[in-house]
Ligand binder design. Sequence first.
Ligand code: AMP
Ligand code: MN
Ligand code: MN
Ligand code: MN
Length: 286
Amino acid sequence: MSVYDLHAHSLCSDGTLTPAELVARAHAQGVRTLALTDHDTVAGIGAAGAAAATLGLELVPGVEISVHWETVTLHIVGLYIDPANATLQDGLAELLESRRQRALEIGARLAQCGVPDALAGAAAYGAGPSISRTHFARYLIETGCARDVQTAFKYYLGKGKPAYVPGNWATLAQALAWIDAARGFAVIAHPARYRLGNRKLNRLLGEFKALGGAGVEVVSGSHSREETTRFAALAVRYGLLASVGSDYHGPAVKLWAELGRLSPLPAVCTPVWQAWETARPSRALA
Ligand code: AMP
Ligand code: MN
Ligand code: MN
Ligand code: MN
C-alpha cells in the first residue's frame, strides 16, 4: 500500500471514472496524494482538484505525454505541472488533434477488417478530448470481435496488426520542454513495458537525464518485483528520482493495480515528491 499514487486515468482519456469519481475512489483506498495523468490532456484537473479539496486529498496536477523516441512509443508523465501553461497547452492541443486524425484512420482500417462504425462506437466510450486505442478496444469487445482488451490489441490494434496506426507523437525533447515550461517534473512512465535492450535503455536514460528529466516510475502497477528492483538501481545510477503509480484505468479494467495498491519504494530511491515538497515554498512566493 502506498499513500502516494502518481499515475491514474479518468474519462478525460481512457479511464472509465470521472475525475471526481476517481478522486473519491483513491480517497476510499487510502491514497493521500493522487496525480491525475490523462493521456495528452489536462482537461480533468480542475474537476479532480475540486473533488480532492472537499475530501482533504492532495491532487497533483499531471499529464501522460505520448512520445516517439527512436523506434518506440514512450510515455512521459509530467507531475506537478501548471495545467494553465500556454506552452504545455499548445503542445497537447497538437497531440489531441493528431489523435483525432489517427482515430479516423483506425476507424477506416477496422471497416476494412469488417468492423463498421468503429469510430462512433469508440467515441461513445470516451467523454473527454483524448481518444485512444483503448476506446476502440472496448468497441471491439462490445461487438463481439474481441474477448477482452488484450485480444483486441493482439488481433487488431497492436503494433503491426491490421488496424494499427502510429501516432504523430511529440519528441522526447518537446515533451520535456513543455513539462519544464509548466514548471513540472518529468518522469519516465512504466519503463519495463517498453522492453528495451540494455544499450537502448541506457541511451534513453542518458538522453532523458541530459534533457532535464527528473525521475523514473520505479514502482508501477505493471512492474514485477524484479523490474522494480532493476529500475530502482538504474534510477540511482542516473541520479534520477523515483515515482510510484498504479496506472489505474477504472474498476472494470483489469489491466494493472488498484489505486494505491502498490509496494513501497526501495530504500535506495529518492522519492520524486521531494522535488515539489522542497520547491513548494519558493513557488508560493513566486
Ligand atoms: P494509444 O495511446 O491510443 O496508443 O493507446 C495506448 C493505451 O492503450 C495505453 O495507455 C493502454 O491503456 C492501452 N494498451 C496498450 N497496449 C495494450 C495491451 N496490449 N493491452 C491492453 N491495453 C493496452
Ligand atoms: Mn491508457
Ligand atoms: Mn502509459
Ligand atoms: Mn497511463
